[in-house]
Write a protein that binds this ligand. Structure first.
Ligand code: NCD
Length: 327
């Protein structure tokens, strides 16, 4: 470790997105996650790091894997967990969300994990409550833990244990315009040195994304041979308001990752997908379940990454100005 690296101190009480984190912050989370990875394979799958603490899942949008992953991650850190699912429209207005969070906080909560269809809600809560806030997906804005687990999986599968992604071409394919997963990945991957290619129809991948420093492509076949990692996004029908492409069948033909397309890519290309998968649309089953796929590994890694995030944000609550833990 260099002298500079050894001076690094994590100081973020909240995780709202990757846009405002540094490469060092991101690598520190990923390295902390590595320390937690082994917990899931022990016979007793728990460590006492958050014993006596309370983590609340405040989900205003449907979710299976993210919610259960946060729940399990908190349990493995020995925290008490509470699931507060607020689906329905009466709670979706800004002020009420804050009130809900304040009420929950009054029960003595240490970390609130929030998902909301509106961008900016986690930020709003972080400004309104005293406990830590973790963003589990806000509108089309950010989904930082998904991008972190994607990058963790890349480090593992591509044998880059220092999470330096220089020289890698990472393609994010599909519905970029509506994707918080894409935005968090763009910020994170670029900070770690990767070149990001955004691929999809012009309606879902507008040229404006070039301003973020990404390559924008509307022809997947033209870039196939350059790709080291293909992150295939779900077409988010629930967010698309106008017709973004002629038909589902045409989308699958032009942008779906099929076996013949995979055969034209680098032999060891890594195929990822945040789930839930529309099999046969953005990815063919043979590819999703094949040897290049890291999809289930991503889910498994999500646990270690979320354990690291909960542990770090909670610890930062008790940090003094010197970066020492006061608790
Ligand atoms: C993503 C989400 O909800 O943003 N999924 C997830 O977190 N597992 C992506 C998606 O819904 O397509």
């Amino acid at each position: 470790m260099t002298a500079a690296a050894s001076k690094y101190v994590w100081s973020h009480k909240h995780l709202l997105g990757l846009e405002h984190l540094t490469a060092e912050d991101i690598r520190f989370i990923l390295q902390t996650a590595r320390g937690f990875e082994g917990v899931s394979t022990r016979s007793v799958k728990k460590v006492p790091a958050l014993r006596g603490k309370v983590v609340v899942n405040l989900f205003f949008e449907p979710s299976t894997r993210t919610k259960s992953s946060f729940y399990l991650a908190a349990s493995r850190l020995s925290a008490d967990t509470l699931d507060f699912s607020a689906s329905g429209s009466s709670l979706s207005k800004g002020e009420t969300v804050v009130d809900t969070a304040r009420n929950i906080e009054a029960m003595g909560v240490d970390v609130i994990v929030v998902r909301h269809k509106q961008s900016g809600v986690p930020q709003l809560l972080a400004e309104s409550v005293a406990c830590s806030v973790v963003n589990a997906g806000d509108g089309a804005h950010e989904h930082p833990t998904q991008a972190l687990l994607d990058m963790y999986t890349m480090g593992q599968r591509l044998n880059r244990p220092d999470f330096d992604f220089s020289g890698l071409n990472v393609a994010i394919v599909g519905d970029i315009a509506h994707s918080r997963v894409a935005r968090s990945n763009i910020h994170g991957l670029q900070k770690l040195g990767a070149n990001v290619l955004l691929v999809g129809p012009p309606t879902l991948v507008p040229r404006t994304f070039e301003a973020l420093g990404c390559e924008v492509h509307h022809d997947l076949d033209a870039v196939l041979s350059r790709i080291d990692v293909a992150n295939m996004l779900r077409v988010q029908f629930e967010r698309i308001t106008s017709q973004a492409f002629p038909s589902v069948r045409e989308y699958a033909t032009v942008f779906g990752l099929s076996a013949p397309r995979l055969a034209k890519m680098k032999k060891d290309v890594l195929v990822m997908h945040p789930g839930p998968i529309n099999r046969g649309l953005e990815i063919e089953s043979a590819v999703a379940d094949g040897p290049n796929s890291a999809i289930l590994q991503q889910v498994a890694n999500g646990l270690a990454v979320r354990m690291a995030v909960l542990f770090l944000v909670h610890g930062a609550q008790y940090m003094n100005a010197e970066g020492e833990n006061d608790e």
